[in-house]
Design a protein around this ligand. Structure first.
Ligand code: SF4
Length: 233
């Protein structure tokens, strides 16, 4: 197994490179800003916090809370308030490929076990397409809908939605979000500090992947009864 060194302040943190796929935007932000102490400090802050916690559910919630705090000021900015069309019921970003850490997958799986209803057939369909983004976007639009999206376009796990979902906000015309695949011209609000926190959480995670793949895998590991869940739908 290879190891990766990360210099944070005076510390050298060693990470075993695992099966981890850092979300593209978080990686881009890290590559752009990791030379700045303020930004690298965020990575250290998150790693310090979650390294001391043994519960995956608590770790995921610690990261989510930090992300919300980093985003609070940005999302409250008058320009975002005036020009962002994002609102409940507008769910184009919930038809895109979302990456989650192992902790986040555990948290989402826990919600299902506790009774949040999902379409298991769709989860399995999405989990079985390749992790490659291009293959995911070959699915029909309706088949790409996140299994936690309800009929009114709201998220059924909003309080515990993944980090990536917490940074999704666009400026301009919502219609543009409906253009699918690589030609999508997203005008995402920049959430650089939250991206650094996301980067740290993925670095810490022993595994990561697309939401459907990771959640389906966790359900299988828990031998979750598909028949039980289907009966609730
Ligand atoms: S978890 Fe919620 S916010 Fe995230 S993609 Fe699914 S429905 Fe949308």
């Amino acid at each position: 197994m290879t190891r990766q060194k990360l210099f944070v302040g005076k510390k050298i943190i060693l990470f075993i490179i695992r099966r981890v796929k850092v979300p593209a935007i978080a990686k881009k932000t890290f590559d752009q800003f990791s030379h700045l102490p303020e930004f690298l400090g965020i990575v250290q802050f998150i790693l310090d916090k979650i390294s001391r916690v043994s519960s995956p559910l608590k770790r995921a919630r610690i990261v989510h809370k930090s992300i919300d705090e980093f985003n609070e000021e940005i999302f409250a900015h008058p320009i975002v308030q005036q020009y962002s069309p994002c609102k409940v019921g507008c769910s184009a970003c919930c038809h895109t490929q979302v990456s989650v850490t192992s902790d986040e997958a555990e948290l989402l799986t826990q919600k299902i076990v506790e009774g949040v209803g999902i379409n298991l057939e769709r989860l399995e369909l999405q989990a079985n397409v390749s992790e490659e983004t291009s293959t995911f976007y070959q699915l029909k639009y309706d088949d790409r809908a996140c299994v936690f999206l309800d009929d009114s376009g709201a998220c059924t796990v909003y309080e515990d939605r993944p980090s990536v979902c917490r940074t999704n906000a666009v400026l301009g015309d919502a219609q543009q979000c409906l253009v699918s695949g690589d030609s999508q011209q997203l005008r995402l609000v920049k959430t650089s500090k939250a991206d650094m926190a996301i980067y740290a959480s993925f670095l810490h995670s022993k595994e990561s992947g697309s939401l459907p793949f990771m959640v389906f895998k966790k359900l299988k590991e828990k031998s979750f009864s598909l028949a039980t869940q289907s009966a609730k739908l």
